[in-house]
Ligand binder design. Structure first.
Ligand code: ARG
Ligand code: ZN
Ligand code: CA
Length: 316
């Protein structure tokens, strides 16, 4: 309580000091002669009327300074450094830096409404299609030769003792693993809240980015977009159950996963029989049939990066 009171006093002093330097032009004459902005005056009055405002504004300053110090904010947006861990047996599996960069480019397009197919979102969903506003930058590529033909989905690729590569700075960097998964799995992610030692996204070598060894119909880098969506707390759009919930209110209820390139409109048989948002990245369609996140999904993703959120260390 004492501490709170002290910081309130400090804030009041701070604001009144700032006011000293700006208050010289407060006569009626100068107010007429010069353009003015009443923001500071209004603030003064509000601070006098409500001492708790100073506390809140102090907290905002501390938050702002912290955000600036982390250096992750680029034009007011979160920028995610990406570490790519490549585990290869054949030369084809040792994907090039150029192919790795294509995956980063796809993420930057898909998360910023810059994908060329964003305009294909049906009018029905144009009001909820989102520019998520999170960008990605390649931080480093780490390569390791292996004799393993497939890594499975038990996180072996993330453990040195099992022949894999441990994540680099997982609380401040997104780690991707490019390796052969096997079992028809394109990729998998760890949701926020899991152990740091296994945090990140695994994408099968053949579906990593564009060109190179990327194979149709999963050759547009959307496995990466889908998995990073999970890493940012998004569930499958059908909620992994018949007419299940993805915890997002602006996405319709889907019966189940959709595959291939669904014809539009595809109706759900769930309550209300809505048109399904089959073009959402969190469905299971082909890469050329998924091209949007919704605003509700954007809110869920943004929430993990704020102070107190599970990925707050990335800085927002
Ligand atoms: N975890 C999903 C799977 O392995 C990824 C689906 C991604 N879909 C896509 N079109 N790339 O099946
Ligand atoms: Zn998934
Ligand atoms: Ca929903």
């Amino acid at each position: 309580m004492k501490k709170v009171f002290l910081s309130a006093v400090t804030a009041l002093l701070l604001f009144s000091c700032q006011n000293d330097s700006t208050e010289s032009a407060d006569s009626n004459v100068s107010a007429i002669a010069q353009r003015g902005c009443a923001t500071q005056e209004v603030l003064e009055a509000q601070l006098k009327a409500d001492p708790t405002l100073a506390i809140r504004m102090n907290e905002i300053e501390a938050f702002t300074n912290k955000a600036l110090l982390t250096g992750k904010l680029v034009n007011g947006k979160v920028q995610i450094p990406v570490v790519v861990n490549v585990l290869y047996r054949t030369t084809a599996e040792n994907i090039s830096n150029a192919q790795i960069q294509t995956q980063i480019d796809v993420l930057n397009k898909d998360f910023n409404a810059l994908n060329s197919d964003f305009g294909s979102v049906p009018a029905l969903f144009s009001g909820v299609k989102a520019n998520v506003g999170i960008s990605f930058v390649l931080d480093q590529v780490i390569r390791k030769s292996t004799t393993k033909t497939s890594w499975g989905t038990n996180d072996a690729m993330k453990k040195v003792a099992q022949g894999g590569l441990a994540p680099t700075s997982p609380t401040t960097k997104l780690n991707l693993w490019a390796c052969k998964i096997g079992g028809g799995i394109l990729g998998y992610a760890q949701f926020p809240g899991g152990a740091s030692a296994t945090d990140g996204v695994v994408i099968d070598t053949q579906y990593f980015g564009l060109s190179g060894s990327a194979a149709a119909p999963y050759n547009l880098g959307r496995t990466g977009t889908h998995e990073v969506g999970h890493w940012m707390n998004l569930r499958h759009i059908w909620g992994d159950a018949t007419c299940g919930s993805d915890l997002v209110s602006d996405t319709p209820t889907h019966n189940t996963a959709n595959y291939g390139v669904p014809a539009y409109p595809h109706y759900s048989t769930c309550s209300g029989t809505p048109v399904e948002m089959t073009m959402n990245y969190m469905d299971y369609t082909d890469d050329n049939a998924m091209y949007m996140f919704s605003n509700g999904q954007k809110s869920r993703m943004a929430a993990i990066f704020v102070t107190g959120g599970p990925r707050a260390a990335f800085g927002i």
